[in-house]
Ligand binder design. Structure first.
Ligand code: TRP
Length: 472
């Protein structure tokens, strides 16, 4: 059976942007930015996206396009080692963990979209009366399970339809819709009374927040950069494995990162004026789920035409979430199709059934949900990307350079050697460092001991990888 490829040039970019643009942009980004120094944070964040995110993205692209396989098969076939092949199972696990919590949040959003849409004709949706109490009632429990399964079913239908007729066609419709609706919402939000105050809060240039606590900002910025660019789970390996023609991966990767950042900034231009127009202080709603479902839902309830605005807003978030969740499901599905020759529909049904269960656990138990959505995913993504980078630098080496240069323009070609050096040496040290920070090492021992440990650990990993028998 021949493997599918994207039908068009833009199809690959839109699918990858669709994966990147999601809850991370709309729900998390504006708050992380506002809390960490506004537009000063944006500068640091952009730096990290360009210096860590884009090189990481390119590492995943290079592995995927070179091998035409999803992560497990890619690592095995490019290295000739079964150890790497077994490590590939790690990405299947990560994808299932991601999808388990993401689908629950997707379910909440879908519920709000359905409720808002149904209320367009009548009086306001049910959550208008008391947003806080309403959200508390539906966030966990069997209500949450139902909508999780519904959201997962939508995800499954698109993935089932295939790379071209499902993912590519779906994201070609969804991404332009997201952009148009977001711009319209931002324009409308600009006319609200609190807009000026909101921009002052969101975009204020406050370098002192960063100077005081640079390493405190670096961690959140790096975590956000990985999550929002869909790095570390093998999504981008898988999507790049469907790239047939020669094109500049570096150009595509940069385009994707820029579009993704734009959507994050835009989302803040929608969210903050809404809150400020009603005098809701962003601090009051917290940064998590509450901000979206309690703070914003409360704002909609008090605005003239609020039901319509709410419907448009939750439509944006639903589409953004769906175009991301399909990229998570595609990882285990591609694995089963590539490695075990399963029919796509059997693979979708099997993985779907599993995630119905694992997602339901997250929907029923809030502490498990919190653990999966927080620490677990953070650690899995950081470790996952580190392994890809080490693979590119220490196993592929020259092959990675060839693949990077193929189709690349002059600028990208000139940057290819620095890229390989960063990917193989600097970035793994940086990521191991952030992992140690996640476990609280720098808080206990201080910066330099942590940095030294990170460097030492990285060297041990490099040496271990070099010691692996060479590919046949
Ligand atoms: N990037 C998406 C977001 O911002 C989430 C996402 C999709 C993701 N696929 C991923 C995160 C793979 C990590 C890995 O919402």
């Amino acid at each position: 059976m021949t493997r599918e490829t994207w039908a068009t040039r833009i199809g690959f970019i839109l699918a990858a942007v669709g994966s990147a643009v999601g809850l991370g942009n709309i729900w998390r980004f504006p708050w992380v930015a506002a809390e960490n120094g506004g537009s000063a944070f944006l500068v640091v964040y952009l730096g990290i996206v360009l210096l860590v995110g884009v090189p990481g993205l390119l590492a995943e692209f290079v592995i995927g396009r070179r091998s035409n396989r999803s992560p497990a098969g890619a690592l095995r076939s490019l290295s000739g080692s079964n150890v790497w092949g077994a490590w590939g199972l790690f990405y299947v696990f990560t994808a299932i963990a991601l999808l388990s919590f993401y689908s629950v949040v997707g379910g909440w959003i879908l519920r709000y979209l359905v409720e808002s849409g149904l209320a367009l004709a009548g009086s306001g949706p049910a959550y208008f009366a008391d947003p806080g109490q309403y959200f508390g009632g539906v966030a966990a429990g069997f209500d949450a399970v139902g909508y999780h399964v519904l959201f997962l079913a939508l995800t499954g239908i698109i993935v089932f339809a295939g790379v071209r007729r499902g993912i590519e066609l779906g994201t070609k419709v969804m991404m332009p819709a997201v952009l148009v609706l977001l711009v319209a919402l931002a324009a409308w939000a600009a006319t609200q009374s609190g807009a000026a105050e909101a921009y002052a809060f969101y975009l204020r240039f406050d370098p002192s927040a960063i100077r005081q606590n640079f390493f405190g900002v670096l961690g959140p910025a790096a975590g956000q950069a990985l999550f929002t660019l869909s790095l570390g789970a093998g999504t981008m390996v898988t999507y790049a494995s469907y790239v047939g023609e020669d094109r500049s991966l570096a150009f595509d990767g940069t385009t994707i990162a820029v579009l993704n950042t734009l959507v994050g900034v835009l989302a803040g231009l929608v969210v903050f004026p809404l809150l400020f127009s009603l005098g809701i202080s962003p601090g009051e709603t917290g940064t998590g789920a509450g901000a979206l479902f309690v703070g914003l839902a409360g704002a909609f309830s008090q605005l003239p035409g609020g039901t319509l605005i709410a419907t448009a807003f939750f439509a944006v978030v639903t589409l953004a979430a769906l175009s991301s969740s399909i990229s998570m499901l595609e990882i285990p599905v591609a694995f089963l199709v590539d490695e075990y020759d399963l029919e796509r529909r059997t693979a979708v049904a099997g993985v779907g059934a599993l995630v119905v269960l694992t997602g339901s656990v997250c929907a029923l138990d809030q502490s498990i949900f919190g653990f999966v959505a927080g620490t677990l995913v953070d650690v899995l993504l950081t470790a996952g990307l580190t392994a890809f980078l080490v693979f590119v630098g220490w196993v592929m080496g020259r092959d990675a350079l060839d693949e990077f240069r193929s189709g690349a323009g002059e600028v990208a070609t000139a940057l290819s050697t620095p890229w390989l050096f960063a990917a193989g040496a600097l970035l793994p040290v940086f990521l191991v460092f952030t992992l140690l920070t996640t476990f609280g090492m720098d808080a206990r021992l201080g910066f330099w001991p942590t940095a030294a440990t990170a460097a030492a650990l990285a060297v041990v990993i490099f040496a271990g990888v070099r010691g692996e028998p060479e590919a046949a």
